[in-house]
Design a protein around this ligand. Sequence first.
Ligand code: ZN
Length: 190
Amino acid sequence: MIPSHTKHHLDLNFYVKAVLLLTVIFALNANRALATVKENKQIAGSQSTKPLKKVIDPEKFSGQIAAGYKAAQDAANICSKLFCYCGCDLTDEHLSLLDCFTSMHGVDCAICQEEAIIARDLNKQGKSLAFIQQTIDEHFSSQYPWDEASPALEQYFRSIKVQSKKVRTKYSANNSNSKKMDSKRHCCGH
Ligand SMILES: [Zn+2]
């Protein structure tokens, strides 16, 4: 039989070991959590690894609508880096042209459809993203229904390498005195 003072000593020893083990496990877990946070930050930092939302199947539509959805499907990556000037940035909280085609929004919007088709065709011709962005901006920015650039448009401007002079003049900082946008206006006659 173990004398009671030895037993007590053993118990204490076990307790100390258990606490040490728990501390090690906790430290390991904390380390792993930190590694995961770092990993996630890396993913957020690199655009290419971010999965794109799926474009609605073009077969569901016909004519120009199907052509628009097909173009967005063919050039989804390009569309995700283009801005849609139909006004859906404020009416539908869209961040890029791709958002118009991962939803039913692109069905009744000629601006969205045309932008996607032009972007896909230019991409097929081997034009650079910067060139496609500039072409779309110069072609469609005049159709933008709001008087001031929305946060989404500002974010887009910050993301592009070359901003066309025409577009820059329209939304330059000294334009901030222009009248506030009319929230009753909707894009594509919605
Ligand atoms: Zn749109």
